[in-house]
Design a protein around this ligand. Structure first.
Ligand code: F6R
Length: 612
């Protein structure tokens, strides 16, 4: 949520900031703004996308060599020019951008109002900024010290960049529960809410830790301090992100690119971890805690949205292959419950971004209760990856489209390998089944490539589905979570109401909705419940619903009843979601695109949800 970029060096800052904002736009696109510091300070901000900010600025000559930029996902105050960041303090000298929420801002606002401060926006950000100014005024503190004092007064999560136009050689940044990365160039320094705006300038970065403050000084370089003002030794890391990974590569949208990348990303996830010829699967992070996994009493899988759906598939996998009881938790619920967590439990956090506030908070909540915490994360070096005891990256590469696609298949691939590894280690899976499943999993990348060939057929089906306002997704067993995921994907990018259900539950309520205006997507690739799904399809047809069935090659019976049959390659049932989800991704994409929706940046959404 909200993108942050900052620069200080000897080059004009504006092109660096605007380019960085474009790169960060997937994090929020309600408004955008920049501030430049040189001789004085200038601020430009505009409701809407970065391109609107660019048009607003036009051809102005902006040569200042320090500044900050922000792209907003609104929390406090509607998206408009006034609420857009950066904000300027009452005395006109301090400028600040912020990602996160200051929870006690109302109390602080009241106190500052009593002191004579006035506010032009409805944001918590402006309140916090004036608190810094108040400390500077009262106690004659440096910007960093005033920021530190102000931070000690706030409750909430934040990533903040602040500067003072009376000292344009310094930019100060701080974080708590919201990521910030400092880029280390040659006599120039960058700041970003992730590495994407930095990577084209330097691959040397420092991931700020919670409660740390970074002082970027044009002359003295970067100093990191903790909350007690003690200087920390910075840990400079080299990142391997490439610029091509952040571009569309000829596709119309990032989402389409990411759907098509899946043969490669799933294969990357397996690289070095699965060997079909030798017949083994292993995950370094799990082996390190082999005894704990082997003797685990329970696995709790926690995540949000699409990652939660991957967790549901994990439940089927671990119970089926490793015979360990599993619970799947919405992280947002887990964090506020009083869950029974014991030694012997393993909590696995699933997250693409590694920054989702609810997932992070759930982990904080269970940490210290005796369970081992394991991360299944895409973003390398992210907060969740750091908080966990151990983990495995899914190696899907940057996912820019707001709707998650390749990260989902990466997560499911990782959980498939984890369940296989654990099943073998616990002796709950026969050698022959283990061997067969390894071969099946090894073939998935090429089978995803094969599955992607249904795209033309899906475009045609999509053209029929654009007219409907509702749809139902049904699936059973391993494919029930795919029905949930298919429905989520459709509603989030096309704004068509969609619901996912276990197919057999249809009779307990949703069947009342079915008529000729209700398309029903049935994920019917299961071998085990094939006949039962066939019955469900007939029940829909009897009520004039339109059936779009996703089946394994050669499922002749279903084609007699369904209106559209999408045939995909057959695989072992535990891995069928890795194939059956692909047509649902393509369907949502093409429906949304035909409806003229902004596929990569659906309304009201942002890529990483770093607020509650
Ligand atoms: C849906 C989607 C979201 C995310 C959710 C969790 O397409 O992308 O539902 O899955 O916000 O995000 P991560 O995985 O980053 O924790």
């Amino acid at each position: 949520m909200c993108g942050i970029v900052g620069y200080i060096g000897d080059r004009p800052a504006y092109p660096i900031l605007i380019q960085g904002l474009k790169q960060l736009e997937y994090r929020g696109y309600d408004s955008a703004g920049v501030s430049l510091l040189g001789e004085g300070m200038s601020v430009f901000k505009k409701k809407g996308k970065v391109s609107e900010l660019e048009n607003h600025i036009g051809n102005k000559k902006l040569l200042a060599t320090a500044g900050m930029g922000h792209t907003r996902w609104a929390t406090h105050g509607e998206p408009n020019d006034i609420n857009a960041h950066p904000h300027v303090s009452n005395n006109g000298h301090l400028v600040l951008i912020h990602n996160g929420i200051i929870e006690n801002y109302a109390v602080l606002r009241e106190a500052l109002t009593r002191e004579g401060y006035t506010f032009t926006s409805e944001t918590d950000t402006e309140v916090f900024l004036n608190l810094i100014e108040a400390y500077q005024n009262k106690e004659k503190l440096s910007l960093a010290d005033a920021l530190s004092m102000a931070l000690s007064q706030v409750v909430g999560a934040y990533a903040i960049v602040v500067a003072d136009d009376r000292n344009p050689d310094v930019i100060v940044a701080a974080r708590k529960q919201s990521p910030l990365v400092v880029g280390m160039g040659n006599d120039e320094y960058f700041i970003g809410s992730d590495a994407t705006p930095i990577v084209r300038h330097t691959n040397k970065v420092i991931y700020l830790k919670d409660n740390e403050i970074a002082i970027l000084d044009r002359n003295e370089g970067v100093t990191i301090k903790d909350s007690k003002n003690v200087v920390q030794k910075p840990h400079i890391e080299e990142i391997s992100l490439r610029i091509e990974e952040l571009e569309k590569g000829g596709y119309e949208h990032f989402m389409l690119k990411e759907i098509h990348q899946q043969p490669q990303t799933v294969s990357d996830c397996m690289r070095g971890r699965l060997n079909n010829q030798e017949g083994w699967v292993k995950l370094g992070g799990m082996e390190e805690y082999g005894g704990l996994f082997e003797n685990a009493e329970r696995i709790i899988l926690a995540g949000c949205g699409t990652s939660w759906h991957a967790g549901l598939i994990g439940e089927y996998l671990f119970e089926d292959l490793a015979r360990i009881p599993v619970e799947v938790e919405y992280a947002s619920e887990l964090r506020y419950r009083n869950p029974v967590i014991r030694e012997g439990d393993i909590v696995m956090a699933i997250s693409q971004s590694g920054e989702t506030a609810d997932t992070l908070a759930a982990l904080e909540h269970v940490k210290g209760k005796g369970a081992m915490i394991y991360g299944v994360v895409n973003a390398v070096g992210s907060s969740i990856a750091r908080l966990t005891d151990a983990g495995s990256y899914i190696h899907s590469g940057p996912e820019i489209g707001v709707a998650s696609t390749k990260a989902f298949t990466g997560q499911v691939t990782l959980l498939s390998m984890a369940a296989l590894w654990l099943g073998k280690r616990r002796g709950t899976i026969s050698s022959s089944r283990y061997r067969t499943l390894i071969s099946a999993l090894a073939r998935i990348p090429e089978q995803i490539a094969e599955t992607l060939k249904v795209e033309d057929q899906i475009k045609y089906i999509a053209s029929e589905m654009t007219a409907y306002n509702n749809s139902l997704y049904l699936g059973r067993g391993y494919n029930f979570p795919v029905a949930l995921e298919g429905a989520l994907k459709l509603k989030e990018i096309s704004y068509i109401h969609a619901e996912g259900y276990p197919a057999a539950e249809m009779k307990h309520g949703p069947i009342a909705l079915i008529d000729e205006n209700m398309p029903v997507v049935v994920v019917a690739t299961n071998q085990s419940a094939y006949d039962k799904i066939l019955n469900n399809i007939q029940e829909v047809k009897a009520r004039k619903g339109t059936v779009i069935a996703i089946v394994s090659n050669g499922a002749k019976e279903i084609s007699k009843f369904a209106d559209h049959v999408i045939e995909i390659p057959e695989t072992a049932e535990p891995f069928s979601p890795l194939l059956s989800v692909i047509p649902t991704q393509l369907l949502s994409y093409h429906i949304a695109s035909l409806r003229g929706c902004n596929v990569d940046q659906p309304r009201n959404l942002a890529k990483s949800v770093t607020v509650e």
